[in-house]
Design a protein around this ligand. Structure first.
Ligand code: EPU
Length: 447
């Protein structure tokens, strides 16, 4: 049975009447950037696994559609729990109709190679925040023994992973995930160097190890995988969404409110908590979660986004909204994606005082996570925000997931009415965000 609350359609519009303090308690959903990968990893075994605390979001449902199209058995136990196995997989090619839908396709290469010795995937999708190539994933597959070729819009993989050592030219969250999934079932030992440190990667490692994999994180961004011949089914609970935690924390501070975020985990939010303290926001760490509250005028901050454990790129748009309400000049320098400031034009329309600039960077190759050759003239890598400025309601169209959450947040803090179009993108990554804001006292509805 397919459970889902995902309700918005492409024409969905959110209406917000802003300037109300948000307060109360909210519970986090399962992590968007972990759930779908856990499902794909579970396909490595023909035995059933049960994965719980999955978020009811469109990104998860599109992964489930791919699994079904490949013949994999998957059923909902309840709205947030699925049971699945790789037993029914019957084809090694992800159908073309999934082209451009999400980033999920590349993660399937591991289970397909393990079962069929080959895989074919269509072009990837995901938020339009940069070029987002997968060259580091592909180089890794090739180094570890899989042949990679291109045919039209498809990428073809042949030959199981043999093992070996691969050093990522620069860390990548997704690349670490795909090679982990692909190397868990293999003949030899795989050593991955210069890997990502994101907590969602650890969620994946924990699941794979429970399934019988032998994966160890060692110091210095290194992961060692002793390949095993088979994996078995297990039960696993997906981690909570740290991006959702940041969304509600910023909502509390931007609306001068007070929100207790149940399940917010200090360990995965350290860089964010540090900035909240620097800005003068209230934080109370209590059993079972973290309370964020407004305790007086906020101060400007300087933020440089970095891969984990740094200040996460997914948080910068939300943070920029908050900094429009802080006293002084804030700076945000985005170093992970090459084009992630599109939302800032809309914040300016709301009344924010934002200027774009490109900081002088002497060692670009070292500072930026994206490939320097993918950067094009016209991309802005930093903004200056002069605050505080009152925000006015707006009529805006959502360009990508985090911008969508940012527009919502800005509308909640703004005076007057806002209309947010193309709101369906928000459901790619947030379960019931509108309903959760309603419960915290927001005047917000969908049509
Ligand atoms: N990159 C390459 N080549 C590669 C891989 C990455 O050039 O082969 C570049 C990317 O274009 C980017 C940088 O390296 O500029 C970092 O990319 P990374 O691979 O680390 O990111 P990702 O795996 O594509 C995931 C999340 C993102 C999150 C980043 C950083 C998922 C599905 N997506 O992306 O989430 O921002 O890690 O933590 O896990 C979001 O949730 O809104 C979102 C974009």
């Amino acid at each position: 049975m397919l459970y889902s609350n995902v309700s918005m359609t492409a024409s969905s519009i959110i209406y917000v009447s802003g300037n109300k303090k948000l307060s109360g308690e909210v519970t986090l959903s399962g992590a968007k950037n972990s759930g779908f990968k856990l499902l794909i990893a579970a396909l490595l075994s023909d035995e059933e696994s049960t994965i719980s605390n999955l978020s009811d979001i469109t990104d998860l449902h599109s992964t489930i559609e791919i699994i079904q199209a490949l013949g994999g058995k998957i059923e909902f136990v309840d709205k947030h729990t699925v049971r699945l196995s790789g037993a029914g997989l019957k084809t090694w090619a992800i159908p073309e109709k999934f082209e451009g839908l999400s980033r999920a396709a590349i993660y399937f290469v591991g289970p397909l190679l393990a079962k069929f010795g080959r895989a074919a995937i269509p072009m990837l999708g995901g938020c339009n925040i940069g070029k987002r190539p997968v060259d580091r994933h592909l180089e890794g597959f090739q180094t570890l023994g899989t042949k990679v070729t291109h045919k039209g819009n498809e990428i073809l993989f042949s030959g199981k992973i043999k093992g070996g050592t691969f050093c990522f030219p620069k860390p990548t969250h997704g690349g670490t995930d795909t090679l982990l999934i692909a190397s868990a079932l293999s003949q030899g030992e795989t050593i991955l160097e210069n890997v990502g440190l994101e907590p969602e990667i650890d969620d994946l490692i924990n699941l794979l190890n429970l399934m019988g994999a032998k994966i160890t994180r060692t110091l210095n961004r290194m992961i060692v995988i002793q390949g095993v011949k088979e994996l078995h089914g297990t039960k696993f609970c997906c981690m909570s969404d740290r991006n959702e935690a940041v969304t509600f924390a910023v909502a509390a501070l931007a609306t001068k409110g007070d929100i207790f975020i149940k399940d917010a985990n200090e360990q995965v939010l350290k860089a964010f908590l540090k900035k909240v303290e620097e800005a003068g926001g209230g934080i109370a760490k209590v059993d079972g979660g973290i309370r964020f509250f407004y305790k007086g005028p906020l101060r400007a901050t300087r933020v440089v986004t970095k891969p984990h454990p740094g200040f996460m790129t997914d948080w910068q748009a939300l943070w920029a909204t908050l900094m429009t309400q802080a006293e002084g000049k804030s700076v945000i320098h985005e170093t992970v994606f090459e084009n992630r400031f599109k939302y800032a034009f809309t914040l300016k329309d709301l009344g924010a005082d934002i200027t774009f600039f490109n900081p002088k960077v002497s060692k670009k190759e070292k500072v930026y996570s994206f490939n320097i050759e993918d950067d094009i003239p016209g991309n802005n890598h930093a903004i200056k925000i002069k605050g505080p400025t009152p925000l006015q309601g707006i009529h805006a169209k959502v360009p990508d997931l985090r911008s969508g959450a940012t527009f919502l947040l800005a509308s909640l803090a703004a005076r007057g009415e806002s209309v947010i179009e193309n709101a369906v993108i928000i459901e790619r990554g947030y379960e019931n965000l509108v309903e959760k804001f309603q419960k915290l006292g927001a005047s917000i509805k969908t049509r």
